[in-house]
Write a protein that binds this ligand. Sequence first.
Ligand code: ZN
Ligand code: ZN
Length: 438
Amino acid sequence: MDRATTDDDDRPCCWICLDSGPHAESGSPLRRECSCRGLSGYAHSDCLARYARRKSSIAGTADLAAFGRPWDVCPNCSQSYRNEVAMDLSSAFIAYVDEGEHKKNGMARLAARRLRLVAFGTYLMSTSRSGTPSKYLDDAKEAALAVIAIIDEMRAGEGTRLSQSVQILETDAYSVLGMAHLQQGTGDGAAEAVTYFTKCRDTCERIGHRLGTTVAESNMALSLAKSGRGSVVNTSDNLSKYDTMYQHCLAISSESSPNSISVGIRLADALMKEHHVCRANRFMRRVLEVSRRVHGADHDLTKRAAADYARYMKRYVVTVVDQGRQYHFEALRYTEAGRECVVRGPIVQPRDEDSEQTYIIPTGQLVFGVGIPVVVTGLRYSTSLNGKIGDLRSWVEEAGCFMVHFEDEKFAPRPVRQEYLKIVFEVPELEEATDSTA
Ligand SMILES: [Zn+2]
Ligand SMILES: [Zn+2]
């Protein structure tokens, strides 16, 4: 023993072996990838696997959900394991099934591999923007191919029809294969991805899996574009895809399920790309609040949601000073009853906030950027628009001002001069719907 035991109270330890250092035999680190809080829920993957092994043996394979649950769900917080812990446990689950009495049970083998596929699917979805290490891409492909091989075996052997859930699993495998190839970032990878997403789409169509079909088609378009054979992906199609997926998540689980939050983060991103900033701000605030409450501030999804929300809250403006030079700033707040604005900048790319300063600039010298949420104020004729909130989605050259898309869809989009607009820094909650027609 090389460490003092007196201060063990305030540092995390494995809830199974009670050790606070790396695992005694394997040296694996103490981890927590679920929604446990405070000092609870930390464990070694080896200890979790030992615990799951025991629970699975007791449950047996008659109820496959109970058989697989200990490898998937933390018994303390009842949420699914994620990231490295999910990958470690799904790998240990496969080893447990393959080496023991269940190795001839196709459904048990599939249950273990399904979990591995889910672990990679979640991982690939969260890293698609940041780049995935190629080791994980190879492992993901292997996991997907293993699932397809077992299903092919079942199809050849049984002569009976495969159940709907097994066929959906097959579409998931093709989807993960497609994602892994797409994330290689090469034209060849994207071309292969098209093949797999097409197989996924065809199977979804055959079994009447409508959401799967929608998602696969959108992934096909994305890979075609990346392989250089298709046109650029339409961002509004992307928005309707994530809208559909999010509605589906809500229908099958709650808004606090990790899946809903993960898709919600994508939906907000799609909203921002279409300059639906008011809705994106309000929606992301809600997603972040739910994630923080249910999964805790340290959860990877909460951290992602928080980072994205902070980005969506930025209000970029331009000011034109002498000799027509443009400077980019972030607007922070109004002062002097809105006659002046506190800004931070000037912003250079890549942004270095340490070198920036705050300034106070007369509001009239600022030019808003596209995507800023605004409120209409001071119109003398169309007074019903005063106080209405909307997004600046496009510039109208003839009018020399931005087109405002109002949140209240009773009002058609129209160009409004900037002198009648104010930046909305904090998008308010939607007011309760009333029957008032005033
Ligand atoms: Zn342990
Ligand atoms: Zn937990």
